[in-house]
Design a protein. Sequence first.
Length: 1011
Amino acid sequence: MADTTQATGATMNSFFRELKERKVYRVALGYAVVAWLVIQIRATVMPAYHAPEWILPIFITAIALGFPVALVLAWAFEVKAGVIEKTPEPAGALSTANERRVWLLAAVGIVISALAVGGYWLWHPWRKASTAFQSPSAAMPAIAEKSIAVLPFENLSRDPDNAYFADGIQEEILTRLAKIADLKVISRTSTQRYQSKPGNLAEIAKQLGVANILEGSVQKAADQVRVNVQLVNARTDPHLWAETYDRKLTDIFGVESEIAKGIAASLQAKLTGREEQALAVKPTNNPEAYDAYLRGLAFEARSGYSNDALRKTIDSYERAVQLDSNFAVAWARLSRAHAYFYFHNVDPTAARPDVAKRALENAQKLQPNSPETLLALGYYQYWVLRDYALAKTAFGLVSKLLPGSSEVPNALGAVTRREGHWDESVAYWEQALALDPRNVDLLVNAGWTYAVLRQFPAALKLYDRALDIIPNDPDVMAAEACIHQAQGNLQEAAKFLTEISAQTVSDAAFGIKITQLRLERNFSEAVRLLQARQVQFHFASEIDKAGNKVLLAGVQHLAGDTTGARASAQQARNTLEPLCKNQPDNHYVVALLSVAYAVLGEKDSALKEAERAIVLLPSAKDRAAGPGLEENLALIEMTFGENSRAISILTQLLQTPYGSSLYGSPVTPALLRLDSLWDPLRADPAFIAYAVVAWLLLQIATQVFPFLEIPNWAIRLVIMLIVIGFPIALVIAWAFELTPEGIKRTEDVDLSPTLRRKTGRKLDFFIIAVLLLVIGILLFQRLHPSVSPAVSSALDKSIAVLPFDNLSRDPDNAYFSDGIQDEILTKLAGIGDLKVISRMSTAKYKSRPEDLKTAARELGVATVLEGSVQRAGDKVRVNVQLLDARVDTHLWAKSYDRDLKDVFAVESEVAQEIADTLQAKLSPRQSNALATAPTRDTEAYDPFLKGEYEEHQAESVLSAEAFDRARTFYRQALARDPNFALAYARLAYSELQRHWYISNLTSAELAEGKV
């Protein structure tokens, strides 16, 4: 038996030595390295040739099948002096043994190949597609019984110009229905593409995700109006309710409210007292003002954000408020329209914000708490002030008044995108699409957000959904082309741009067409289109016309037409310089002027204006658009030979999510490779070195990172380094040998049998260890729960603190549990290394939600803190538990039994424990802040918590009485402790909230708040 074992061991040793001598190990390692590199090249090159999907599995299978063949060839042949020769075989028994070894080697190679192909199919990314990328039907939740879509109302008036009246009535009914929390209401944007009375009602309801459809018609003749409506259950097709209203124009205001109430009653929707009051409010008593207002609504709905239509919208709203200066909703709509003009550079003059502000103030005086006024406030804070925190607060208040509206998550998605809170932004878009799945604006906005994050497959899925709804829409087609350009697939991009011409209304779509021609280096066609547009197209503003001229100058310069380029740039300069004087804060105009200067060769002026544009809109102020101005600076730096500075900027931008000023999507290696703009950089050695390294790292990141779902960032970093180091290790193993004297180049080593025996076994174990490590990583990836690719790596240190349970016998102690939660939130928010979700976002959740994963995904966090508070006399018990919501596991839990006077320490300890568990870094200042008690007087702390509780109630219901109670409690706290700084701050903030949302404070009260 022992002899047999020794013989087997000797045979295996002989086999391994033979593998080493015949260089089979090296061939295996070399094949692995080359195969890995070829697969990476395939990922970049094949899309450019529009290769079909079925080629990829064939490609992978062919590489795998070639592996055992390579092993057998390495065994049978060797290279000597550049000539391939058959390896000499020993005679006799050894020859027979070697034949068996060849078969063994082939079998091992086949097994490894089979494992590789099986692993590819098992772990390929398509098996883990995010639910956000699914078709609407795949992701559609169960249709709610109390869900409704209002189809476009038919205009039965003899005068076709009265179509605006039917549109306006539909919009007003929708607005009222959206105020009923018990109803799910689909927006007008989703329904406007359907006919008034479609035949396939059941299919339309299925597409919109509703159970009920409201159809209607409007007939207007002089001062008489007839409105017909019918409510239909689309699944069973019975008429639930129908009514005809014959009214004079002066009495039309009540019809929308009656219809909304009739629908609510038919669907058995519960109305709160506040909702009934909101439905009963008449917007105006002036029929002419109402007529002008309805015209404005119709222009706004049909504008497609066309500047001419928006100007007509503003004219209509201004006419409405001239006829009735107490028309609050018209004032609110007017403010929004002016703010939109300012933000989108249609008219960013200093006068525009003032007009928007005056209109907003008029709306606030009349109806400060209406959802329309609060929406106008949010958009003013977002579009004019760029105060994202205030805007989110305003939109949060609207969400309570319009819980079924997709407009609020749409607005919050846009605001958080500007903040660079990408995971929150994606969550808001998904929330909006769940409410409104066929809203093209939402689909395009969500798609662009994914594009900015370079999650191109997700973006394409959403754009495809939009094109299913509005086929051949130039903006959506161009957006999809933009993705293909970023991926280097110009043939596919060109298919989406065939209909774009010099007369295309959309500047964005036309710009992407010019980018396509530039990437194809078809400069003559680009020049022709730009010149034709300059002459034939009706530009919305002088800025847009000058922008087209700058584009023309740039393309003429690339085409070698120096004279033409200088002439175009000079004309653009003559337009832009006066605009810059009139609009000194307009970053877009300043950036255009910098490019004009660059084409003219005026280096100092070009760099000065490019840098000034960045100062006007830095990345810190706008994470979506700000980096695009840095990209503009890189282009100008390169134009004047400052290649190293340009490369430095581009290096950072390749890792940054943003909307490119040149491409729409962020810059990618493919765009840098294809775009002639960057030709001067490609000869720079630093650029070449970076391009190679960046390409390799990006390939690794895009293929490996989606699998790395480990919550601990340190483990993720280690695995990333291992994966990156793996091919390097293979190359080193090929080029060097491990000898008793140390590591030497293979050419310098005398591989005698004795030395091979000493080192061969070590190499065998090394290869086996690496293979086991890779298999282990793959198994871990397979077994670990998936996380949406929309979630950033920063998610590990993100947390939401859910409402704490009040376990006290006295329900009046609810303020105390709320206060403990709020103070823990405040302390966590002071830790810069943590992302903490606000109390307003978590308020709607239960203390212990049934579906923790869904709640965490909606909030955009990885971890959730749950807790409860029990108070009896001067004793307090606080229970807390920190959970990883993705896998529903407890990270940490603790109970604190304290005297009331020691409760401050509990909040600090909880915050410190959370920071330690999530491995958040604390600066000394942050550590001191955690340990600092807000007051030393327990009796001052109790009314302070009551004040916070009342303040939160006031924010929820916008109640003057609740604000007054908060003021009383804060003053009680300050009477007990005049040094209670936090109480002063909360009192001032509460008073300002009351001033802003309820009624203006007196000058004396404002002075007190200032003090």
